[in-house]
Design a protein around this ligand. Structure first.
Ligand code: PLP
Length: 399
């Protein structure tokens, strides 16, 4: 399907990806292919089946079936330079699977200080017990990260923008610094790309070795499935795959089906999330109750120039600093009716949650004049969302 003379645009690739006739048949939407056991013709075929380790040939349920392979291929096709994608039952499982594929006891992991809290917990709990030391770095370190390298540094986990505070890292500079070490010791770069997805930020062609998605968010898009993925080039593919299989990681065919179905509309959804989020962020920045808006597309966001250079858009998640204390933030959020109060994001519905980024920092200090409220802007009408936020502000002045 791919014509090197005319590479498909991302909107088209989202529609065509993973739809190889040889893999899923002639149907438009690959059905749920549920199975654990494959019956072989005879013992010779059984032995032969056990020797192959390739997808595209059903062997045993733990290695997936056409529903999962199709989704994995579709995600691979969105990342120029990718060789393959492994799927996981959640985003956290994908982060753990990627890190375990590259780290060994005795290694040092560098992790961006704005990383997702469960990524920090995995490093500070599991990896520590397993003999891996984690050192956190300033997300704005850029090429300066090389000052932190030592002869035990094995991997760098980045998250850009950070999903609470939204500063944007210079990923190409960090990856270049890591690659400059090669010869001495290979440092593998990993990115949690959940906020931008490959639609707004292709990671491997910026130098990243492994790119991770909590597919639970924008890929699934409907707040009803947990899923994760890791996409990588040839170099790290076998290690990634072997680790996932050793750990018995599998995304169920039903969940893979829903994620694949969600993916087909991801481009239109992301553009709608983007437009509404930008409009609400701009509107919030003019409100007297708001101290600051934390959105990569705003010029005062740390790393804004890098976002403009490297990203093709922005998604629906951002934060703002509400003047006042935790009680005001709770009153504001409790008053909202359209914005739900809940974990996760990336679905069609809007969410609002107070956040305490200062609790999830160790290498950098985070402070603000008020309380952080994170918004996921869904696909509702913007005027209705603004009216809802107005209600929240009115409740503050009434108190
Ligand atoms: C939600 C999230 C994850 C984890 O995904 P789950 O599917 O909830 O396990 C990882 N990274 C980021 C940035 C997230 O927002």
């Amino acid at each position: 399907m791919a014509d090197p003379e005319h590479p498909q645009k991302p909107d088209t690739k989202i529609i065509t990806g993973g739809r190889r006739k040889a893999l899923t048949g002639a149907v438009v939407n690959p059905p749920v292919w549920r199975a654990s056991t494959h019956l072989y013709e005879n013992v010779a075929a059984l032995n032969e089946g056990g020797n192959t380790n390739e997808d595209g040939r059903f062997f045993y349920g733990r290695r997936g079936a056409p529903t999962q392979w199709s989704l994995a291929e579709a995600l691979t096709e969105l990342e120029p330079g990718a060789h393959g994608t492994m799927l996981y039952p959640s985003g956290v499982a994908a982060i753990a699977g990627a890190l375990l594929a590259v780290l060994q006891p005795g290694d040092v992991l560098l992790m961006s200080d704005n990383a997702y809290d469960p990524s920090r917990s995995f490093a500070q709990g599991f990896l520590k017990k397993w003999g891996v030391e984690t050192r956190f770095f300033d997300p704005l370190a850029g090429a300066g990260i090389s000052e932190l390298f030592c002869d035990r540094t094995r991997a760098i986990l980045m998250e850009s923008p950070g999903s609470l505070t939204f500063e944007v890292s210079d990923i190409p500079a960090i990856c270049t610094a890591a690659k400059a070490q090669q010869g001495k010791r290979e440092i593998v770069t990993l990115l949690d790309n959940t906020w931008a997805t490959p639609y707004f930020f292709t990671a491997l062609d910026k130098g990243v070795d492994m790119t991770i998605l909590a597919a639970t968010k924008y890929v699934v898009g409907h707040s009803d499935v947990m899923a994760g993925s890791v996409t990588t080039g040839k170099r790290h593919w076998q290690a990634l795959r072997a680790t996932a299989q050793t750990l018995g990681q599998i995304l169920s065919p039903d969940d893979a089906y829903l994620a694949a179905r969600g993916l087909r509309t991801m481009a239109v959804r992301l553009k709608a999330h983007e437009a509404s989020a930008l409009e609400i962020a701009r509107w919030l920045s003019d409100r007297p109750e708001v101290a600051k808006v934390l959105h990569p597309a705003h010029p005062d966001c740390p790393g804004h120039a890098i976002w403009r250079r490297d990203f093709t858009g922005s998604s629906g998640l951002f934060s703002f600093v509400l003047k006042g204390d935790q009680d005001s933030a709770a009153r504001f959020v409790d008053t909202l009716e359209l914005f739900g109060i809940g974990f996760s994001w990336g679905g069609f519905e809007s969410l609002a949650v107070p956040k305490r980024p200062e609790h999830y920092r160790s290498a950098t200090h985070w402070a603000c004049d008020g309380t952080v409220i994170r918004l996921q802007i869904g696909l509702e009408d913007v005027a209705d969302l603004k009216a809802d936020l107005e209600r929240g502000f009115a409740a503050l002045s009434a108190a």
